[in-house]
Design a protein around this ligand. Structure first.
Ligand code: ALA
Length: 517
């Protein structure tokens, strides 16, 4: 068995060679890349998580949570942009850390990106299911609660409804039945739409996504128009009294499916809210995974990353203000808050229809990007020998897609989304992605020290300050998440270390150049 150097760095030139061999077509310009960024960013975060964000974390001050998370992301985005400008390769943060900090860090980031992409897709699928429910209601089609929700959330809805007859009435009106069956004494519920949508997307990805990719720009336009519609049209229905108090008195609250209380409202509530709705910003980094298809990656990828983030930050702050102005934060719906806010106003059925369709289409595009991103990261890791090449690196003989990796990912993601509350998945995704951001901020700085003379078409001014602020702000947001998320993150990383030390280090292409598979 060969011995490996876990700190070995993959040279930038080796990445460039891999890219040359990949034979991808360079078709994306700067606006195409920006559209990909916006397409990946706007999704469940704004359409779904704003509900819990306002109700259980920040109250009307949710807009400030968006400002705080936006600031942390901006520092990280600048660091991603500098990296992408001199290392325009598919593997994104995984590749950056391989080139700067060595194999063990690359592995950890790659492992961590599973949380961002695969688990992120699970959370989006749960959001998709919530909007499907609201959409079907428009046609008076109802399904039982136990087929539309995981059992933790179903029980939490029932507990919440038991507190007032009005809430109970509202719950009953949403489902054909609110009874939850039991299996061996345990309540059983499954989020069937979330489960099924993952199967459909997986099938599309196995077959190849050429058509889906060309539809992306159209979907992004639709999403942007609808978000603007929500802001402009919704502004007419704001009741300023809903903003008072803008920052409610601090409390401790427990989310559905969680047993641990977290800070709500007040300063810590705003910060914890930022940790929760951080999910809404995830996706700008996917622009960097498209570097292989960019016409002028060194300039256009940084542009796409930064512009897509700025556009979304501004839109998010406005949506948060409109939503908390339309509905009192205590009454915000947590499964499909925006369409529910419009549905609560008589005569706005057409708006609910438009928003639900756009949310379903928009969330579908996020699902495609995330599951695709996951298969690319697996593929890159398999190419480097850190995952079994004969599974994760195998292309379908006809469709030329990494079908085995896609199907395995689809199965795991479908099960997680069917049985886990969205808040639990989202917080795990957030802590994992925040860790990736922190490591990228550190890595870009380290690269400046190690290779100061390498050409950097996009150079962050005051990098030590920006990287430090990026690390501090993102760690601060991580700290605002309850300790249970830290435990989950450590368990996940411990499993990752075990896989690396039992497999990756003995099969790494960098450390074992003669070894195949
Ligand atoms: N930012 C993406 C979303 O909100 C992941 O769905």
């Amino acid at each position: 068995m060969s011995k490996s150097n876990i700190w070995a760095r993959k040279p930038v030139e080796a990445f460039e060679e891999d890219m040359r061999q990949s034979g991808l077509k360079r078709v994306l310009g700067k606006w195409g890349l920006t559209a990909i960024g916006i397409g990946a960013i706007i999704g469940a975060g704004i359409f779904v998580m704003t509900g819990v964000g306002a109700k259980e974390y920040a109250g009307p001050a949710l807009a400030l949570s968006f400002v705080a998370a936006g600031i942390g992301c901006t520092f990280a985005a600048l660091c991603y942009a500098e990296f992408a400008s001199f290392l325009p390769v598919e593997g994104s943060a995984y590749a950056y850390s391989y080139a700067t900090m060595g194999e063990i860090f690359a592995w950890i980031i790659g492992w961590d990106l599973i949380l961002e992409y695969a688990m992120g897709a699970s959370a989006v699928a749960v959001g998709w299911s919530g909007y499907l429910g609201k959409f079907l209601l428009l046609f008076d089609i109802k399904l039982p609660l136990w087929l539309m929700s995981d059992s933790f959330s179903a029980q939490s809805f029932l507990r919440d409804a038991a507190t007032s007859s009005e809430k109970m009435q509202s719950l009953i009106s949403h489902y054909s039945s609110i009874a939850v069956p039991t299996i061996m004494g345990h309540p059983f519920a499954i989020n069937l739409p979330a489960f099924l949508i993952i199967f459909v997307i997986t099938a599309i990805l196995v077959k190849g996504i050429k058509e889906a990719a060309s539809a992306n720009t159209l979907l992004v336009m639709l999403k942007l128009i609808v978000v603007l519609f929500i802001i402009i049209f919704g502004a007419g229905y704001i009741h300023p009294e809903n903003w008072h108090p803008f920052i409610p008195k601090p409390e401790m609250i427990v989310n559905p499916g969680e047993t641990v209380a977290h800070s709500a409202y007040g300063f810590w509530g705003i910060l914890a809210g930022a940790g929760y709705i951080f999910f809404a910003y995830i996706g700008f980094d996917t622009v960097s995974t498209q570097a292989g298809e960019a016409k002028d990656p060194k300039k256009d990828v940084p542009f796409g990353i930064v512009v897509s983030l700025i556009v979304c930050t501004l839109l998010y702050i406005m949506v948060a203000l409109v939503l908390t102005g339309m509905v009192n934060y205590k009454n915000i719906d947590i499964t499909a808050p925006i369409s529910a806010a419009f549905a609560s106003i008589p005569g706005l059925k057409f708006a609910v229809f438009i928003i639900s369709i756009a949310a379903l289409a928009g969330l579908t595009s996020v699902l495609i990007v995330m599951l695709l991103g996951q298969s690319r990261v697996f593929f890159a890791m398999a190419k480097d020998g850190l995952l079994p090449k004969n599974f994760f690196g195998v292309l379908h003989p006809k469709f030329r897609t990494p079908y085995k990796a896609s199907i395995l990912t689809g199965l795991v993601v479908a099960f997680v989304s069917a049985f886990t509350p969205i808040s639990v998945i989202a917080e795990l995704v957030n802590i994992g992605t925040l860790l990736a951001f922190v490591l990228v901020c550190g890595a870009v700085w380290l690269m400046r020290i190690k290779e100061p003379d390498r050409s950097r078409p996009f150079r962050v001014k005051w990098l030590p300050v920006v990287a430090t602020l990026g690390i501090v702000s993102n760690v601060l947001i991580m700290l605002s998440l309850s300790y249970i998320n830290w435990i989950r993150l450590f368990v996940w990383l411990a499993i990752g270390f075990a896989v690396y030390f039992l497999y990756g280090r003995y099969h790494s292409r960098l450390n074992n150049p003669t070894k195949q598979g």
